[in-house]
Design a protein around this ligand. Sequence first.
Ligand SMILES: *[C@@H]1O[C@H](CO)[C@@H](O)[C@H](O)[C@H]1NC(C)=O
Ligand SMILES: *[C@@H]1O[C@H](CO)[C@@H](O)[C@H](O)[C@H]1NC(C)=O
Length: 370
Amino acid sequence: MLSMVFELLTVSTLAVTCAAHWAPRPTPGPQHPAADHVTYTTVKGFFLQDEDTTVPATFDYTAQNFGLINRTYPTDNKCDRSFTQWQKFEHYVDTLNKRGGKNVDYKVLFLGRHGEGYHNVAESYYGTPAWNCYWSLLDGNGTSVWADAHITPNGVAQAEKAANYWASRITLQKIPLPESYYTSPLTRCLETASLTFSKLPLPRKQPFIPTVKEFFREGISGHTCDRRSSKTYIHNSFPTYKFERGFSEQDLLFEEDFAEQSIDQDIRSKIVLDDVFGSDENTWLSVTSHSGEIASLLRGKFSLHSSGEMGGMLIKDLVLGHQDFRLSTGAVIPVLVKAETIKGDAPVTSTVAWSSISTCSTVPPLPTAT
Ligand SMILES: *[C@@H]1O[C@H](CO)[C@@H](O)[C@H](O)[C@H]1NC(C)=O
Ligand SMILES: *[C@@H]1O[C@H](CO)[C@@H](O)[C@H](O)[C@H]1NC(C)=O
């Protein structure tokens, strides 16, 4: 049962005792029976980004058909000779779903990172150590604001590049377009999703109406760029966007001076995947999120060594099991995901206390030019 799975540990050795500093409690999960759980795997062999030989840092999704590998599929004989690679892939995935049985579900996730935000610029300007210990805790520096950062003109250009690339794939490849859209509640993602999709020639039945989901937000680290704005602000700025059920008016998760742990982030990434897979019958989904959160969604085996009072925790295949793939700002990665419903409770995974972040008491010097 989910409630058992996320039972909190008592960690007596840590100074942090305030309940508010524990990782967020999950919202009720997907619609499969409580005694079952879902495992996710990245199905390899279809996208270059899944190949161990692909180098994320230099990979350009716009030079490579989003990374879709040129190959044949066992279902090609049912395809018209004029079909593009993406159309053949679409037919293959549809067939997988038709033949997969009721416990298996395939979806293709287009995971997009937001365009460059003012916080990205400030982190480069001040250098990561000074950013982490001092500047990131402030809303801005008087000339630049990075609390719930907006995207910069460069970030706008990156989102427009993504939009243009989608447009070219529509024309040249007849790419299957997202049937559902999801976004992080942070402003840089709300803006990026809008710039990427709102002007595309989308099918009437698949309009761009994203759902704002709390757990697609970035890892929460005490940095003001990880603190979201109110639901009212989001609604007023993006009136066509929908909110998931239970989305709170205020940000209830951000904690000044405390950082969510990777394991907690992976647990909530699993929760949001369960939520999406458990409630959305569509196959082609777009998610606009963040570098750290997409890395968490893609993470393979994550293990935390047993350490004294923390107890032994081993989380296997919690999320998608993809190779590490850090996206540059504005980049998109498609992933073919196989979800399997397994009888019985999931292996127990436990959240851990958020850690306090270390801060500098004085203004750190600017990095010296090298
Ligand atoms: C697939 O083949 C086409 C032409 O045959 C080529 O232009 C394209 O770069 C190839 N894509 C990949 C991902 O290898
Ligand atoms: C504030 O930070 C930006 C970079 O994010 C920098 O360009 C600007 O000069 C800084 N302003 C002040 C007053 O230091």
